[in-house]
Design a protein around this ligand. Structure first.
Ligand SMILES: Cc1ncc(COP(=O)(O)O)c(C=O)c1O
Length: 414
């Protein structure tokens, strides 16, 4: 959304007190000094009264609470109707506050992409955390085992017999019996054991181990999720995830307890049940990004409107020296991408310019002005949310809460 830069907005939002005092009195700047430190002090005390979006620093992430709540409710209703469970993926948000709200609306647990995210969520008391990336190497194996010792509902995946052997060995030392699922190939070559008989053998291996408990089957198709067009997406899901479900059936026939067949995504959430998954790992549905907005829906071939774009990056126009073009304070460091979109201005083109600079260009239409706030929808939630400290939760123009993004940045390196 483009917030119009009025004199009142400008006075209230852009100047620090010393600068205001130095400015020409005829502009009225001195009458409305703005002290950013006071805003920070209020936020630290969790007092959000009188804080508005125009007071916030940029670039920053702002979350429309009403849209976010709608998205949570829509997915929750979908799960109630279909009988599927959801173990929502936290790689999208990396926030304990968001995870707790997902659990509050019926999610059975949370998926994590990294061991550090898992430590964050388990440490916050979230139950039934699934670490969706196989723990490999001494550091991750032991940290996984430590989490399982702390919380018996924590679970891991394995796509290799070697991981099963190492987990069993470490579990015997720790005197625990962690839950381990098989991770099967489902169209993405990044991970996943072969489906069919090889998959069954891996499941049997886990089940045969004294110190491990077989927890079911996982198969996530990241290419099905973003396939454009509902029918094409359905076809790709059948192709990629069908063999995963068949392998789960082989396991059942062999007498293994397949507690869950987990996978799926925001793009395929209304397809995954018919394919045979019992549990959704969807994540992006809470915020939405521009890649998802353009995959096409079941009813509308051009627009995917099942979930609302609740998250945006708020930026400021910091230079205006060319016609139909401005510079914003959001560049590579803020994960700006040419596939980002300007809220309320689909005609505006986004371009990278440098670490701290982004360029917006348009042919005609309303001018953007120096100091004006411009909100962008980001293209990839995982990476964008990773470079911000917090979500500013908003109700219209008011800031009503601040949720820290505790699983971000530094956590990746841990
Ligand atoms: C293993 C796994 N499951 C689920 C998801 C969630 O998908 P989405 O955010 O598209 O809903 C992802 C996302 O990358 C993933 O890697």
């Amino acid at each position: 959304m483009i917030a119009r830069m009025t004199r009142r907005n400008f006075f209230a939002s852009t100047l620090s007190a010393p600068l205001a005092l130095a400015a020409n009195n005829t502009t009225g700047l001195a009458k409305r000094p703005f002290r950013y430190a006071e805003i920070e002090a209020k936020i630290a005390k969790r007092d959000f009264t009188g804080i508005f979006k125009e007071d916030l620093p940029t670039p920053s992430m702002v979350l429309d609470k009403a849209m976010f709540d709608t998205n949570l409710k829509r997915m929750s209703d979908h799960c109630k109707t279909t009988g599927m469970t959801i173990r929502a993926h936290c790689k999208i948000h990396k926030s304990v506050d968001v995870a707790k709200r997902q659990i509050g609306l019926g999610a059975v647990g949370i998926c994590c992409a990294t061991i550090a995210e898992s430590e964050l969520m388990v440490g916050a008391g979230i139950k039934n955390v699934l670490y969706t990336c196989q723990p490999a190497g001494k550091n991750k194996i032991w940290r996984g085992i430590t989490l399982a010792a702390k919380d018996t509902t924590f679970r891991m995946v394995a796509d290799d017999p070697m991981t099963v052997e190492l987990l069993d060995e470490a579990a015997s030392v720790a005197k625990i019996k962690p839950i381990v699922l098989i991770d099967l190939y489902s169209g993405l070559t990044r991970a996943g054991h072969a489906t069919g008989e090889p998959g069954l053998r891996l499941a049997k291996l886990i089940d045969s181990k004294k110190n491990l408990r077989f927890g079911g089957v996982m198969g996530y198709s990241g290419s099905a999720s973003h396939t454009k067009g509902f029918e094409k997406r359905r076809e790709k899901s059948r192709l990629d995830v069908g063999p995963v479900v068949e392998t789960a059936n082989l396991c059942r026939t062999a007498g293994l307890n397949v507690e869950v067949v987990t996978g799926g995504s925001t793009g395929t959430y209304n397809i995954d049940k018919e394919i045979g998954l019992t549990e959704l790992q969807a994540g992006s549905y809470i915020f939405m990004d521009t890649l998802y907005m353009n995959i096409g829906g079941k009813k509308d071939a051009l627009k995917y409107g099942d979930f609302l774009p609740s998250l945006s990056v708020m930026t400021t126009v910091i230079s205006k020296n060319h016609a139909n073009q401005v510079t914003i304070d959001c560049g590579n460091k803020a994960m700006l991408k040419p596939t980002d979109q300007v809220k309320g201005r689909p005609d505006v083109v986004v371009e990278n310019q440098g670490a701290e600079y982004g360029i917006l260009k348009w042919k005609d239409g309303e001018e953007l002005k120096l100091g004006q706030r411009v909100e962008l929808y980001c293209s990839n939630l995982d990476t964008s949310t990773n470079v911000y400290d917090r979500y500013y939760v908003t109700d219209g123009e008011r800031v009503v809460d601040v949720w820290p993004i505790m699983g971000r940045a530094g956590a990746v390196q841990r």
